[in-house]
Ligand binder design. Sequence first.
Ligand code: WTA
Length: 630
Amino acid sequence: MSNKKLSGEVYYPSQETIDKANIKDWDELNKYAGDNYQKFWEERAEELHWFKKWDKVMDDSSKPFYKWFVNGKTNISYNCLDRHVKTYRRNKLALIWEGENGDSKTMSYYSLQRETCRFGNVLKSLGVKKGDRVTIYMGRIPEIIIAMLACARIGAIHSVVYGGFSVESLAERIEDSNSKVLIVADGAYQRGKIVPLKQIADEALQRCGTVEHVLVVKRTGQPINMEFGRDMWYNELINLPVVSKECSLEEMDAEDPLFILYTSGTTGKPKAILHTHGGYMVGTYTTLKYVFDIQEEDRYWCAADPGWITGHSYIVYAPLLTGATSFMYEGAPNFPYPNRWWSMIEKYGLNILYTAPTAIRGLMRFGESWVNRHDLSSLRLLGSVGEPINPEAWKWYHRVVGKEKCPIMDTWWQTETGMFMITPTPTVPLKPGSGTRPFPGIKMDVVDENGNPVKDNEEGFLVIKTPWPAMIRTVWKDEERYIQQYWSKYPGMYLTGDSVRRDEDGYYWIIGRVDDVIKVSGYRLGTAEIESALVSHSAVAEAAAIGLPHEVKGNAIYAYVILKAGKTSSPQLVEELRQHVSHEVGPIAKPEHVEIVESLPNTRSGKIMRRVLKAKALGQDPGNISTLEE
Ligand code: WTA
């Protein structure tokens, strides 16, 4: 690859980048890992701590239920904390945090371990045991990391619900996971306002009946309802003198569940993706180390939210596994001014920034002068995730933020993959808008309807052909859905749900989802969630939601609604419906526009043809409509 001339617009790495990089020769690594991927992953696993070594690297005897590091015993929380506390990293900063209101906090590896242990003991005293589910609902504050690590330490399975979700989404996820404990913050600061998380949780708890204990982290301090016997203050419990800073940990089987994370799929309710202690740990650790080239002195910032997979893998687990110093910021990028992010990069001397195209496009709108008033010379690498990045935003990011010296790691992956799958490493030549090639050891392909590879530059379905350690193990409580959704279209190949094009250099260009998932500002939402929120409103008979292109958000939600007999359309009702979705699902799901219609394009079997709605909205040809009911 290195000597071959690449087609199109290509950005080559500087000598400085090459000199510094952990992985200097991608082709060599790719060949090595490609020839024996199990050996490659086994060697990576050996860099981490195991109480007992595995008998076998990978077991595919009951595929698609793959197992990794069979019979190995480990604990990811131990690897994130205790492993470093025993070394020179004990007093190294694990976390630098800044609140939207200017509060700040730093935690060393030792202090993070101590708090995690104390909280682990609190959870144990409430009766939380290995395998129990704990729901976590908070903003971007250090306690969310502590809560996740404490669960992992004692073997509980965490289920984090993004703080931007609302009543029904939270209730549904608590109920489905059967959580006995909920950890929530009183509120979160967002764009100068308070999101009343505890109040939303109270409403959700009225709709589901599994939770026995609610632990409330004080962040905003506004008055909240504390239900006697059920609700307790995290801050009071964790500081009780009887709570020890030693907390014995569970030796977890490599395949024991670490967490479930709900995500939207093709049909129906969000499903819980299950990840495990062993393989997930090895996969996230390796990919962060190689792709963001983590160096001992780095300060790394992943600006996602811990409530989504990007935050799970690359704010919480991988940075701690690599012993990095991570930065986390609570609030909005443009609060109080559009220079907030740039001022923090300067203030803390951050070296790596990993964010989503929507954030870049949003900040780009304010113009470069906001960026240019800050010294961003500490930046070494940039990253992008969540949706395809348009070349215009890529170039702005590269030129204005990265001053043409920071390679952009455009990482394609999913909640299900757990780790980066298509991504460059710093020395790989880049093409704006492409995530380049699969990570070493990963085999992917682009196939047609029948599973046959398509020609270069033709659009097809993206599939994964080799197992990888951080892969989804199953859909929680629904093995059938796991098989059906990912492994049934093409036996032996994992179906990603994305369409893609691969060029003559082997570079992948993601086009987008081919199912009923809509990516709004990089957030993954299902049409079914939005539609079911709409029909839960008393005026609505039927609803359909689609995503239409949006300059900043990538996609925006458009909803079409048939009213119940006797209800009449009005601008007030339209606004009420938008608010209703925001209240039930969350502000991120609020439709850009709701249109009241008389009928919807249904197939003869009653399925809404969203494709037809989309084509009509865009003024395009709807294609084959032979199954459309008259
Ligand atoms: C999309 C987010 C283009 C894709 C980590 C995928 C991307 C879905 C990229 C998964 C990227 C993610 N370029 N598209 N770099 N990264 N996607 O589960 O459609 O929230 O299937 O995981 O996001 O979304 P999820």
